[in-house]
Design a protein around this ligand. Structure first.
Ligand code: ADP
Ligand code: ADP
Length: 233
């Protein structure tokens, strides 16, 4: 069933006398358990779309529903609540707190959710085990490789058991080996039934997803992923 439904979404930024239409009528449906990559060049509207999908901003026009909740006209406080309950964010820059151990970084979203301390620590350790870092729970980000830091941030995204994992250029700061590593992790999460939306400007990263959607000048078109066309023998 549809987890994410966007219809006729427009986003206009008014800067002084000039209005920029960053999204010009976007329709997008993502089913539960799907793995979708959104690709496009710089300036095409990816960040704007990411912010709307992630309930960090609302459309100027059109409808957006996440998990059956209409989020398109929610207040800031309501959006924050939807983000905390439904979305696990993964960022290019990892956004880990350098003074905290991996376990405490992963536990942070649970603190905001009001989960008691002992349960937070337990669930953080479990999430770190799921990303293959069960033996790094007391390391700080500076003691981990880039790929391992991104795994910690994936664990942080998973720990609240979100409806949607939203990853914004998650491999943008990684070398090719760590990129392969992190993409393998997304595959495993998809196989485990997670819904993933990944935003990237790298075609080879997008090719790992089950569906590829291209954004050009504020409009979406569906593409056939390379692997679906069948690999040459
Ligand atoms: P991308 O992430 O693909 O680079 P963006 O969503 O950041 O694209 O930008 C899409 C368009 O909207 C661009 O023309 C950009 O300059 C414009 N834009 C983005 N954010 C703002 C803003 N806060 N104010 C005004 N214009 C913006
Ligand atoms: P960049 O794409 O430049 O690396 P980020 O992906 O780190 O930027 O962040 C994108 C935007 O989302 C930023 O404006 C950031 O402040 C905002 N943001 C990130 N995480 C959250 C969150 N959990 N709640 C609210 N806003 C967030």
């Amino acid at each position: 069933s549809a987890l994410l439904e966007m219809a006729g979404v427009r986003k206009t930024y008014a800067t002084g006398a000039v209005a920029v239409e960053a999204l010009r009528g976007v329709d997008l449906t993502v089913d539960e358990g799907d793995f979708v990559a959104i690709v496009g060049p710089s300036g095409s509207g990816k960040s704007t779309l990411m912010h709307i999908i992630g309930c960090l901003d609302v459309p100027t026009q059109g409808r957006y529903a996440l998990g059956g909740e209409d989020v398109s006209s929610m207040t800031e406080a309501q959006l924050a609540d939807v983000r905390n309950r439904r979305i696990g964010f993964v960022f290019q820059q990892f956004n880990l707190l350098p003074s905290m151990t991996a376990e405490r970084n992963v536990a942070l979203p649970l603190m905001y959710a009001g989960v008691p301390r002992a349960e937070r620590a337990q669930r953080a350790r479990e999430a770190l085990e799921r990303v293959g870092l069960g033996d790094r729970t007391h390391h700080r980000p500076g003691e981990l490789s880039g790929g391992q830091q991104q795994r910690v941030s994936v664990a942080r995204a998973l720990v609240t058991n979100p409806t949607l994992i939203l990853a914004d250029e998650p491999t943008g700061n990684l070398d090719s080996r760590s990129t392969t590593d992190v993409l393998g992790l997304f595959h495993a999460l998809h196989d485990a039934g997670r819904t993933i939306v990944l935003i990237t400007h790298e075609a080879e990263v997008a090719a790992e997803a089950r569906r590829v959607v291209r954004i050009t000048d504020g409009l979406l078109t569906e593409e056939t992923p390379a692997h679906a066309a069948g690999a040459p023998v």
